[in-house]
Design a protein around this ligand. Sequence first.
Ligand code: MG
Length: 386
Amino acid sequence: MKRIVILGATGSIGRQALEIVDAYPKEFTVVGLAAHRNAELLMRQATRWRPRCVAIVDDDAADNLATVLPAGIDLLRGAAGVAELAALPEADLVLNGIVGSAGLDSTLAALRAGKTLALANKESLVVGGKIVLEELEAGAGRLLPVDSEHSALFQCLMGEDSTAVRRLVLTGSGGPFRGRTPEQLGRVTVDEALAHPTWNMGPKITVDSATLMNKGLEVIEAHYLFGVDYERIDVMIHPQSIVHSLVEFVDGSVKAQLGLPDMRLPILLAMTYPARLATALPQLDLAQTGVLTFEAPDESAFPALRLAYEAGRRGKTYPAVLNAANEVAVASFLEGAIGFCAITDVIEETLGRHAAVEVTSVEALRDADTWARKHAGEAVRDRGRR
Ligand code: MG
């Protein structure tokens, strides 16, 4: 019986992980659940799964939760409470499904406590890749990818020598706006951006998929997870989302991992690794799927990919600024404050004004994050005034 802590329990990843727990009552028991501010759903989840401990970031939400939480369940508060839950002594596995750079502290806390960390929060590696790797090397913790592409690469690399790898190829569906011109992209709405053609995900990552920033963040994530240079990481658009990524080896052989686009598969593998559990999930039938197509990404219509590669290669605090500016720009787009194409404009402008420093501590990242949010916010307001 694996004892698990789920961070971001009320989000898309967290809810799907709890579905898995539900399907395998003999395999898993929930010992901790954390959420940002959805006290009502967290309360229902706590009542259903009876963890020893819950944590919630938002102060008002914590007050609400305190009055209704079933007896015998401890309540932790604030971001510090979530990080404390990430290091819960009785946990065997911590699933980090937090959205955004807010997930970094919990990633570090879990690794520092020697936990096996199933990482769905790609921003931990994008923003803090260097210190996350240092924490990983220093301690007994272990990192398992949950992101579908990285789970695919991880599976392709099982049993392979890292010196035999020539290239990693991340696939992406291309999002709902594949094939559109920059002019057409200028007119798209929030609802259109939230209608992903193949994957069912939370709003932030769905917008990131529409701009291709999600793929850009995943390139940086892959760089840190697998220790491969940016020159040897490529992106290919694959609209059917069946091939989740590929590894090319030095002899010219290519391995790919395939499956239906269902996040429960990579979540499940991270939860059961190194074992695989039999599931009743829908099965891939290639004869029914029919044609699988691949094409190069259109970098002129979707500049986010170029921005992410540049930030990744330049290193230092650039990826942290890329990520923070993106979080601000996406939130502003979802609020209707800026148009779709302005998302990448805001990020590019913020990166252009940044004086990067070496990442020697979490504080250096926090400072860069704060700086980027302030300047990205100004760039958003400038656009609102035009
Ligand atoms: Mg992904």
